[in-house]
Design a binder for this molecule. Structure first.
Ligand SMILES: NC(=O)c1ccc[n+]([C@@H]2O[C@H](COP(=O)([O-])OP(=O)(O)OC[C@H]3O[C@@H](n4cnc5c(N)ncnc54)[C@H](OP(=O)(O)O)[C@@H]3O)[C@@H](O)[C@H]2O)c1
Length: 244
């Protein structure tokens, strides 16, 4: 299936490794002109080189950085057709262990940064009557996991943003959707020290997901074929979510 991504200009945030990198690789394989964002460092530049992408450094936890990165990518790629909002997950913690500073940082890094990035990207997409915006959230937005309270609270808010904004811009050919990974085997999962066998036992597919499987969903949502899919939160989780 030709996804029609050839020469589309796509910025993927949080893309020096993990899900973001896999999404950027999928776009590049389809012939898109890809920009990758992460914090400044060798990993970002090595990934950009590997994928034949442009690097746009920025720390998305800093106020205004998302908008700045979008501006730089729009200038560097000659416009923007696809934006994938993604960053590192917030720190783990329960209600008892998290202080105001952690909650505020979670809000800034996950919610404000997404709003600022999207606000910067939208006018040009609307003017050209074509755009694809995705936010990588998590299954915790639907079914909270007790030990990651910040994610449980902030990510449903991002789904509210998608639902609200998608209606405002649908007539301009811009779609907004959320991708909810379940457990996909990235460096983050390895570093967090999860017992992978135990995790796999909870998942109907009996295995963790591959980053490329999440990336395939992103590539489809970026395609012309997905023009009528908007305002949705779609899980890629091996059947983990039970809610209807
Ligand atoms: N993997 C899963 O199973 C899973 C499941 C549900 C939800 N998620 C969510 O999906 C997102 C991606 O997960 P992942 O597993 O791919 O994580 P990951 O392997 O830790 O990758 C995170 C990416 O974001 C970048 N990043 C982190 N903090 C950043 C910042 N402040 N500014 C700019 N870039 C930043 C990292 O690059 P640098 O460190 O080089 O900046 C890296 O490229 C996270 O929000 C995670 O919570 C993942």
């Amino acid at each position: 299936m030709d996804l029609g991504l050839r020469n589309r200009r796509a910025l993927v945030m949080g893309a020096s490794r993990g899900l973001g990198r896999a999404i950027a690789a999928a776009f590049a394989a389809e012939g898109a002109k890809v920009g990758v964002c992460a914090r400044e460092g060798a990993r970002l530049h090595a990934t950009a080189k590997d994928l034949g992408a442009r690097a746009f450094a920025g720390d998305l936890s800093v106020d205004g950085a998302g908008a700045e990165v979008v501006r730089a990518a729009r200038d560097g790629l000659g416009g923007l057709d696809v934006l994938v909002v993604n960053t590192g997950g917030p720190p783990a913690g329960t209600f008892d262990t998290l202080d105001d500073k952690a909650w505020r940082a979670g809000f800034e890094g996950l919610v404000i940064s997404a709003i600022q990035s999207i606000r910067e990207a939208l006018p040009q997409m609307r003017a050209q009557k074509w755009g694809r915006i995705m936010i990588v959230t998590s299954v915790t937005a639907r079914e909270p996991i007790p030990t990651i309270a910040i994610s449980n609270v902030m990510r449903p808010g991002l789904h509210g943003l998608i639902n609200t904004l998608s209606r405002e811009v649908a007539a301009d050919g811009v779609t907004l959707n959320a991708i909810m990974p379940g457990f996909a085997l990235t460096e983050r999962i390895v570093e967090a020290g999860f017992d992978q066998a135990k995790l796999a036992d909870q998942i109907p597919a009996r295995r963790l997901g591959k980053p490329e499987e999440v990336a395939a969903l992103a590539a489809f949502l970026a395609s012309d074929a997905a023009a009528y899919i908007t305002g949705q939160a779609i899980a890629c989780d091996g059947g983990l979510l039970r809610s209807i």
